[in-house]
Every structure is written in C-alpha cells, then in structure tokens.
Design a protein around this ligand. Structure first.
Ligand code: FPP
Length: 236
C-alpha cells in the first residue's frame, strides 16, 4: 500500500506577547541617548508585527509603557509618548495590511490628543481580520486586576457568583484568548507585572538579543522552540 507523506503543520501560538526590553542598553552601547533606543525599538515593533501578520499569528501584545515607567526621567517619558503620538498620527502605519490595532492599559492619564488618536486608529482598523496588535500603555497586571475587582464590586455581582471567567471578562483583554507564548529579549528573566493573570499557562522564551536588534529570524527561533514544547495545562 502507498502512503502519502503527511506534511505536518507547525504549531503556531495564537497569541504572542512581547516585553520590548533592552532599548536603553542598545543606545548606551552606541553612545546614544536612551530615546534613540526607543526609536529603534519602535521600528523593530513594526517589523515584528508585520512578520507576525504574514505568518498568520492572530494576536500580538507588546509592552510599550508600564504603570511603573512614569518613574523614569521626564525627558524619557516624553520621548516614548512622542513616539507613540508619531506612530498614531502616521496614517500609513499598517494601512491596507489588514492589521487591527488595540490599546490596553489605563489610558485615562494619557494626553488628550493621544487618547483621541487612539480612538480614531482603533476605529479605523476595527474591521481588519488579520493580526490584532495590542499595544500596552500605562499597563500593569496588578493595576488591571485591581480595576477588574472594582468593576465587579460596582456591578453588584454576588461573591458566590464570581468565577475565574468573571475576572477574565473584566480585564482589558476580555475579548481575546490568553497569550500562549511570552517573549522577553535582553537577558532579563522577569515578567515585570505583564499580563500576570493571562499568562498562567503561557510558555516563555528568553534571549540575550536587545529588542532593537530583534529580527524575524529570532522570532523564528522562538517559534521553533515553541513548536517543540508539549503544553499540558496541568494534565498529563
Ligand atoms: C524597555 O527597555 C522599553 C520601554 C520601557 C519602552 C518600549 C517602547 C517602545 C519600543 C516604543 C513604543 C512605540 C510604539 C509605537 C509601540 P528599557 O528602556 O528598559 O531598556 P534597558 O533595560 O536596556 O534600559
């Protein structure tokens, strides 16, 4: 009997989350201001998002600014906010690429013009059916869970009716699956308050490459490793 060789498809994560770390060190190594590292990091973000869309990833969540990042020098905070502003204003960004843009985090303290641009860009890309890119701004996992608890209490749900789904559905990520795969470059091995509820069963991948140097080939290495892992979700 003749058996046709079965081509096994690579098992890709549905949702990748990335901590875009190492911008400051990348700049320092080159004798540049930290802001130059963030500029380079923003370029890498666009390259990696486009690559994810190309290979069929459904969700990419990037950590652009944490609730703790306000403690950085004002100049650096302003630099990151300006990058975000420029990115949001650039009508060419992901235009016609079928990429949906979303923002997660406590957006309230952001400048009014940034908030308006976020509303516009989210609405403009709402019908895209390819990759959903979530940009986490003023995001902190504990802050997110605290806000979820407040919303649940305010809504009057009884304690005995609260389930894990109740919590999940009050997080910023309520309309998307949990991340399957969390990538942190730059040689740090921490979660840094990132998606702490959602990443309960995620796989992790670390690399010494600094984020501005992170290329699609590094993502490919990560995905090859992911493909070899056996996710059991607490089972056997
Ligand atoms: C962490 O590296 C990086 C950040 C706190 C900011 C990340 C922001 C961007 C990549 C730009 C975002 C813009 C858009 C358009 C999404 P670090 O500064 O902590 O680096 P270090 O650990 O080497 O000091």
């Amino acid at each position: 009997m003749f058996f046709k060789k079965k081509v096994t498809e690579r098992n890709l994560p549905t949702h990748i989350a990335i901590i875009m770390d190492g911008n400051g060190r990348w700049a320092k190594k080159r004798g540049l201001p930290r802001s130059a590292g963030h500029v380079a990091g923003a370029k890498t973000f666009k390259t990696i998002a486009r690559y994810c869309n190309k290979i069929g990833i459904k969700y990419l969540t990037v950590y652009a600014f944490s609730t703790e990042n306000w403690k950085r020098p004002q100049k650096e905070v302003d630099g990151i906010m300006n990058l975000l502003r420029d990115y949001l204003k650039d009508a060419e960004n992901f235009k016609g690429e079928n990429i949906r843009l979303k923002f997660i985090g406590n957006l309230e303290p952001l400048a009014d013009d940034i908030k308006e641009l976020i509303v516009k860009d989210e609405a403009d890309s709402a019908d895209a059916t390819g990759l959903t890119v979530n940009i986490a701004i003023n995001y902190g996992g504990r802050d997110e869970i605290t806000n979820a608890v407040k919303k649940i209490v305010q809504s009057g749900i009884k304690a005995e009716d609260i389930t894990e789904d109740t919590i999940s559905s009050h997080l910023y990520t309520s309309d998307m699956p949990d991340p399957d795969f969390i990538i942190r470059p730059s040689g740090e091995y921490r979660l840094s308050n990132y998606l702490i509820w959602q990443s309960a069963y995620a796989e992790y991948w670390f690399s010494d490459v600094l984020w501005p140097d992170f290329l699609p080939k590094h993502l490919e290495q990560a995905l090859d490793d992911y493909n070899k892992r056996n996710r059991r979700f607490g089972g056997v």
